[in-house]
Each structure stands twice: as structure tokens, then as C-alpha cells.
Design a protein around this ligand. Sequence first.
Ligand code: ADE
Length: 230
Amino acid sequence: MIGIIGAMEIEVAGITAALTDHKTETLCGVTFHTGKLNGTDVVAAKCGVGKVNAAMCTAAMILSYAPSVVINTGVAGGIGEGVKIGNMVVASHTVQYDYDTTAIGEPKGFVMIGSEGVVQLPTSAKHNAVLEKYAEKIYNGVHTGVIATGDRFVADPAFCLQLKAEFGAISCEMETGAVAQVCAVNKTPFCGLRAISDNANDEGSVDFETFAKSSAEKCIELLKDAVGEL
Ligand code: ADE
């Protein structure tokens, strides 16, 4: 079973609408949708925005449905000239940029996976390759790189430069780092798939309003095509 998590309705509605044998169950306040997506068993959920919502949803999904992989899908802010609105991003790693224990001598973003501390949270190379292949095929290109996660809608070019300098981030959003941490602790393969809705700059909130829906739907279309190979 493939797990799919999006923060907002626009990031998952196209998946749940396409399910056959559609059933629902609500756990921890999250409604989980199960069924077949183009013939493949899927569990999909809208987790709500932010790291706590994302972590709760991921833990409940893994405990109840034991997905073979969890994909966090949706929109993100693009960082850097080349990462434009409408572009696809696959996470090579994710980081939690707002997890800050530097005052006690640890690097920024240093979170625990069991007894091991890491900054760069891993993603599944095998599943990333499938997402990248479909992104190339359908949208003629994909950026693979670090997605930076924190509980903040970023609309600040200086902060983008900081995320790039500190973590090598190519995009920013509010969930993947949390989903990745819960997956890593539970030894569940994880991928972050995003389409850019804005450039996290001064126009970020206006662009987000304009482009979030169409960008979210690009990820949904890709997942519908790719799900049989995941
Ligand atoms: N999701 C989409 N755009 C974003 C941004 N600029 N900051 C945080 N999350 C986002």
C-alpha cells in the first residue's frame, strides 16, 4: 500500500476523488482514505499545515496501514533563480530548519532518529527515481535537492538566502521534514514531491494564492501516473 499525505485539501482531493473501492476512517482527527488508485492500493490523508499535524498523521498512517512508502505531496516555495513557479521538486533530503539547539553546541536542524542525530533526513532513492522519471516524462524536468521545512510561510528573500547557505535548500515548505523524521524512526521509505507555487519572496503570498491549486494538481497527476511503479 502506498501512503500519500498532503497538508491542504487541494493537495489530496484529486487523489481521493480518483479512488475506487473508496473507504474512510478517522484517527487522531485525520480522515484516512483507502482504495485503489489506477489499480494500486493507496492510503491518502490531508494532515493539515505544519510539522505537528504532519507528524501526527504520519505516525497514525504507519501504525494503522503499514504503507510500503509514504509520499508527502503538495506545493512549496522555490529558492534560487532556477526553481520557478510550476517546476517540480523531488527531495534528495529534507531538513527542519527551525529545530535549533545550537545554544547547546549542536548543528542547526539536528534531530534524533532513535539514538542517532542527523541534520539531513533521508528519502528513498528507489522511489525518488520513479517520481523523477515521471516528472521528466510529463513535465519535462525536475529539480532534485534539499527541501527545508519549518513552521513558517516564508515570504522573505533574505531568509531564502539563509536557507540556501545553511542547508543548500532549493525549496521551503512546512511538512516534509516532519513526515521524513517519523518515517525514518519507523524505517518506512519516504519521498517528498512538491510543485512550486511561489518563490518565497515579497510576492510569495500573492503568488501562492494564484498558483497553489494548479501546482498541487501537477503533483496529483504525476502520482496518478506513477503509482503503479512505486
Ligand atoms: N508552501 C508553499 N509556499 C510556501 C512558502 N513560501 N513557505 C512555506 N510553505 C510554503
